[in-house]
Design a protein around this ligand. Sequence first.
Ligand SMILES: Nc1ncnc2c1ncn2[C@@H]1O[C@H](COP(=O)(O)OP(=O)(O)OP(=O)(O)O)[C@@H](O)[C@H]1O
Length: 213
Amino acid sequence: MNASDSILDVRKLKQYFHVNKNLTMKAVDDVSFQIKKGEIFGLVGETGSGKSTIARTIMGIYPAVEGEIYFKGEMISNQRIFRQNKKKVRRNMQTIFQDSAAALNPRMTIEQIIAEPLRIHRLASGKKELQEKIDRLLLEVGLDSSLKSKYPGEISGGQRQRVAIARCIGMDPDLIIADEPIASLDISIQAQIVTLFQDLQRKYGFTFLFYRA
Ligand SMILES: Nc1ncnc2c1ncn2[C@@H]1O[C@H](COP(=O)(O)OP(=O)(O)OP(=O)(O)O)[C@@H](O)[C@H]1O
């Protein structure tokens, strides 16, 4: 497959950690995979097999030791290129973490939390458009707009995860990287969030990379 046919193309990725001068940990050794637009891709493997390291390398937290990562046809594993495209890549590649709901700023209202990245990336022109976007995003994730003025501490864990998802999809990302986004929720709430991810994928063709950290 051509790199440009896929949203993400990981080629012969290697990631080694030098633990000490005699020991090198080969966390990822020659891993290749592609994710196409609209796909829900699950990265699975035993504990310690390198799933988190692969995800972190894709997110640009670690430079790749060897191999290449192409995002929408552009090589991002080269650190120089990654730095140049950082803002664009960050916007188009969004992450949802197991504890991202817990990481919501407790001093910001739900409205401010969802508005923040829209402002930073200038995705709404004017107050009216910003308000409309926030209302639409809340609706998309199944939250009542009356929650806008509330703080994260005043809503449930499932609602907080929905706020984190609203903030993420507001960027209209090409790839959503999610690390066990339901693990910290009650079983009954987990099913609702899974359904929400499926609905969003069907409706908007979002592309997901799920992994278990
Ligand atoms: N920063 C680091 N320095 C040294 N070794 C590391 C580092 N990060 C990960 N490793 C090692 O690399 C290997 C792969 O770890 P990684 O966390 O990527 O695996 P994983 O598949 O996500 O595992 P789990 O499912 O247990 O979270 C492990 O042996 C881990 O100890």
